[in-house]
Write a protein that binds this ligand. Structure first.
Ligand code: TA6
Length: 296
């Protein structure tokens, strides 16, 4: 249901009959909470997050569009996460009829101001839904509505902040042996080693040509997040670690220990749409019990 969230910002609460829930702010089309049927919060949201436009909310799932990071001339991560979205009461039908009952459709179109910094008309429709099993699905449909016949090109990411018990006991599976661009080394290209990724320092890597499924294993909680994606060939892995954490005003000094960003993205090969064409990018998150023991 639609209600007032922090600082009176409009928020939608999705509840699934078996108890899982999610919250999304119209500001940024920003999912800030995803809880399982035991009411456990599965996403990280900084205790110092600033819910005040134009500052992006620190945590949850920021939508990076029409630019990921500083891969272009716009502000960091584009502007979709800094705008007020609307509820789309009459979205075009979704071909794949989602079985989800708990969902909301949001829409973002550029303002006159936006057109000055990014001179392209678009309709960005975002469906956020909870499956009966409590999986969280985000489906983006972005259409080029330019009247001037011009195509446009963009990069994109679901900048998902997962809540983890202790970053030093997290493993990521599915990215082994892949090439990645290291944002901490001038975006140079490297190849990942052969076993699961673990964390003992700042990491900021864009993995290229990644599989549909990536697993994030939390040892203490004996829980695995499974990220499934479609239309998003890359995956960004980011943890700011101690020094960068201290440098962010909207991020607690110790909070890096309890979060990991794994972001379904399209960065290496920007997406180009001709007028009338639509792109779709989907991510589905599940949280399942795992028998993972550290060092396995
Ligand atoms: O997703 C990785 C990244 O591009 C990092 O380089 C870091 O800048 C992070 O995004 C956070 O960006 P933000 O603008 O939300 O502070």
């Amino acid at each position: 249901e639609l209600c007032k969230g922090i600082n009176g910002l409009d928020k939608i609460v999705l509840r699934e009959v078996r108890g899982s829930s999610a919250e999304v702010y119209l500001y940024g089309g920003h999912v800030t909470s995803w809880k399982n049927d035991h009411g456990e919060e599965l996403l990280f949201l900084s205790s110092k997050a600033i819910f005040k436009p134009p500052k992006a909310i620190r945590g949850g799932i920021p939508i990076c569009f029409p630019q990921f990071s500083n891969h272009g001339s716009l502000e960091q991560h584009g502007f979709a996460r800094n705008r007020i979205w609307s509820i789309d009461n009459d979205p075009p039908p979704f071909p794949t009829s989602t079985s989800a009952k708990a969902f909301v459709d949001l829409i973002l179109k550029p303002t006159e101001e936006d057109l000055k910094i990014w001179p392209h008309s678009f309709e960005f429709r975002l469906r956020i839904s909870l499956s009966p099993a409590g999986d969280l699905m985000l489906t983006s449909r972005i259409r080029n509505t330019n009247a001037d016949g011009k195509p446009f090109t963009f990069t994109f990411a679901y900048h998902t902040y997962f809540s983890v018990s202790d970053i030093s006991e997290v493993r990521v599976e599915g990215l082994e042996t892949l090439d990645y661009l290291d944002n901490l080394q001038n975006k140079e290209r490297f190849t990942e080693q052969g076993d699961a990724i673990t964390f003992e320092a700042e990491v900021d890597k864009i993995y290229l040509g990644t599989p549909t499924k990536i697993a994030i294993l939390d040892h203490e909680k004996k829980r695995t997040f499974v990220l499934r994606k479609d239309g998003l060939p890359d995956a960004v892995v980011w943890n700011p670690w101690e020094k960068k954490a201290k440098a962010m005003a909207d991020f607690g000094d110790e909070e890096y220990k309890h979060m990991l960003c794994v972001e379904a993205a399209a960065v290496e090969k920007p997406i180009t749409l001709k007028p009338g064409e639509e792109w779709r990018g989907r991510q589905e998150l599940s949280a399942v019990p795992s028998s993972y023991c550290s060092g396995q």
